[in-house]
Design a protein around this ligand. Structure first.
Ligand code: AMP
Length: 404
């Protein structure tokens, strides 16, 4: 069967097509037949569509901001030109969408119906940049492919089993009843990595205590016991927890009250400050990208050095929090842009845990590991680098829903 995956962000639209057997899913992530990205950040008022398929690469400049037209053009490359892999779009059996926010209601992937679309729309105030983009994608598929089954795979779903003691904020309880609680994000990646750990170690997932460190531009940790997420660092929004590229992560909320009272900040200014001007970018003054921050560290830039040290400090204190929730640890996992590529982050994050018997093999750590155990043979905790495969995870969920 052919499964189309749509992964919509606020400023990009990624998509890929998998061909999977009806009889069962392959053990290892297969390559997609076709993949495409629309990037809306390249220039004002237009975007760029990049497509890879059939050994060919295509790049098209989009002259208008019309997102539906852009998705139509993107899907056209499946059936025309050098990147053609299908005779007609009707060959697609099912479409899987990544949906950032599913609230506390959706604990697993679901077939998209009118009530599901209404629920995604009702959660727009909690995910103002993402949920509208997902709805746009769903609508575009309805218009282009008609009555095809579509599946929503929620980033929050994996965290719905977090117990109340970790999910409820210590503010008046009626706010919890109003939906102000910890939801957690990056669930598709955390879930995929946990399953991959079990596969790589050859042990049942039910027997493992795992901490997954999803360290990308956005970053979060998850404490996973027996395959169930029991704690995570992101909360009501993806702002809580770790220091990130441009996001502050957790800070004293009284800072916001102070900025409002003494400096006249309003909601928009606070939002920009905490989501776009903080983290690596705000502290280093160099960049949100760790690669640029590390170059500045090499040159001795004191604020870049401070930003890096803060990042590691906050990462380690949060690993400690996940450890306390688990009460033991079998595997520590690094994934996403920073987790997979920055050996120095893994090295620093693994320092000082000797009392746990956690030992990193420094040589393996520096060999660009992928889906590999990088702990020493005598380490009591396995340390793994896993290439996160969110699109493949979405395709798998869509496959399961279609076989229910
Ligand atoms: P993601 O959001 O998962 O795509 O991760 C993007 C981030 O990964 C970038 O902003 C970089 O900070 C980081 N990154 C990617 N490659 C490297 C690398 N080779 N070394 C350090 N950081 C990297």
């Amino acid at each position: 069967m052919k499964i189309l995956v749509l992964n919509a962000g606020s400023s990009s639209q990624k998509s890929c097509l998998y061909q999977l057997p009806e009889t069962g899913l392959p053990e290892h992530p297969p390559s997609s037949l076709w993949s495409a990205t629309i990037d809306w950040t390249v220039a004002d008022g237009c975007g760029v569509l990049k497509v890879k398929a059939a050994g060919q690469k295509l790049e098209i400049k989009l002259e208008s901001e019309d997102r539906l037209e852009a998705i139509k053009l993107m899907l056209d490359t499946l059936v025309t030109g050098e990147t053609q892999v299908l005779k007609e779009l009707a060959e697609i059996d099912i479409v899987g969408h990544r949906v950032v926010h599913g609230g506390s209601e959706y604990s697993q992937a679901v077939l998209i119906t009118t009530p599901v679309k209404e629920a995604i729309a009702s959660l727009i105030p909690l995910a103002p940049t993402h949920n509208p983009a997902h709805l746009e994608g769903i609508k575009a598929i309805e218009q282009i492919l008609g009555d095809i089954p579509q599946v929503a795979v929620f980033d929050t779903a994996f965290h719905t089993n977090i117990p109340p003691k970790a999910a409820v904020y210590p503010i008046p309880y009626h706010w919890y009843e109003q939906g102000i609680r910890r939801y957690g994000f990056h669930g598709i990646s955390h879930k995929y990595c946990a399953a991959r750990v079990a596969q790589l170690l050859g042990k049942p997932l039910e027997s493992l205590k795992i901490i997954t460190c999803h360290l990308g531009n956005g970053a979060s940790l998850a404490a996973i016991s027996g395959g169930v997420g029991i704690n995570t660092t992101m909360g009501f929004t993806p702002l809580e927890g770790l220091m990130m590229g441009t996001r502050s992560g957790s800070i004293d909320p009284a800072i916001l009250i102070y900025l409002m009272r003494e400096w006249g900040f309003d909601a928009e200014q606070l939002n920009r400050l905490l989501n776009q001007e903080s983290g690596f970018k705000g502290v280093s003054g160099v960049s949100a990208d760790l690669r640029a921050v590390l170059s500045a560290v090499e040159e001795g830039n004191p604020r870049a050095i401070l930003a890096f040290e803060m990042y590691i400090h906050r990462l380690k204190t949060n690993i400690g929090a996940m450890l306390a929730s688990l009460g033991g640890l079998d595997a520590l996992v690094f994934t996403a842009g920073i987790g997979e590529n920055a050996a120095i982050v893994r090295e620093k994050a693994c320092e000082g845990w000797d009392f746990l018997g956690l030992k990193l093999d420094l040589e393996q750590n520096n060999q660009r590991p992928e889906d590999m155990d990088i702990s020493t043979p005598d380490s009591k905790v396995r340390i793994l680098v896993i290439h996160t495969e969110e699109d493949w995870a979405i395709a798998q969920e869509a496959w399961y829903v279609s076989h229910q």
